[in-house]
Write a protein that binds this ligand. Structure first.
Ligand SMILES: N[C@@H](CCC(=O)N[C@@H](CS)C(=O)NCC(=O)O)C(=O)O
Length: 210
């Protein structure tokens, strides 16, 4: 398989973690978000949305949208399972993953913060305030929820899709200097996951285009 990725893309980071957890080998194809390579024809013929990641399968088919890719990996690739067996718990894990991927991340991605700067005249301080506001709102709820469910990871001691989504979002929060002192549960899970080899190898700094 080929993963179209950028080292700092948190949606691609999710897929890298899941591929590593499942022990699936893949070739890394860098697409440079800073030069706009994701909007060029070479990439948009694979993913017309012009967003990373995309996963090219051995069959030659290409999948886009990180959560769809994660679900495909879960259904098609070997254990460890990244969703629990129990339907209620599965829904809870998905709920945390969607909270991050649907409610936090889209408000803060490159094209949104770029729009604030380029079309609405926002300065760096305002963009930072915007960024922190949406992360804070999301992390406060996640912090409270984790108190009921966490072990070493978000749900017990084994990584699930919730951790796969949480870790890249926390990485970004540190990168953009979001104050993290109120989120001790989140920090604890983040620290534990980053001690696991699959997460370590997926980290932005470990990628060939870093
Ligand atoms: N919902 C999409 C989000 C994809 C996304 O926003 N990717 C970002 C990188 S994390 C991107 O490619 N941004 C480029 C741009 O906004 O032009 C997914 O989960 O795959």
């Amino acid at each position: 398989m080929k993963l179209y990725s950028y080292y700092r893309s948190s949606a691609a980071y999710r897929v890298r973690i899941a591929l590593n957890l499942k022990g699936m080998p893949y070739d890394y194809v860098p697409v440079n978000l800073l030069t706009g390579e994701q909007k060029g024809v070479a990439y948009t013929t694979r993913n017309p949305q012009g967003l990373l990641p995309a996963l090219e399968l051995e069959s030659g088919e290409t999948l886009a949208q990180s959560l769809a890719i994660l679900e495909w990996l879960e259904e098609s690739c070997p254990p460890p399972a990244l969703l629990p067996h129990d339907p209620l718990l599965r829904a809870r894990v998905r709920s945390l993953a969607y909270h991050i991927a649907c409610d936090i991340h889209p408000l803060n991605n490159l094209s949104v913060t770029g729009y604030l700067r380029d079309h609405l005249g926002a300065g760096e301080d305002e963009v930072h305030q915007w960024y922190c506001a949406w992360v804070d709102r999301g992390f406060s709820a996640i912090e409270q929820g984790l108190a009921q469910t966490m072990g070493d990871c978000c749900f017990g001691d084994q990584p699930t899709l919730a951790d796969v989504c949480l870790v890249p979002q926390v990485y970004n929060a540190y990168r953009f200097k979001v104050p993290m002192e109120n989120y001790s549960n989140i920090r604890q899970v983040y620290q534990h996951c980053n001690s696991l080899e699959a997460f370590e190898r997926a980290a932005p700094e470990a990628q060939p285009d870093a």
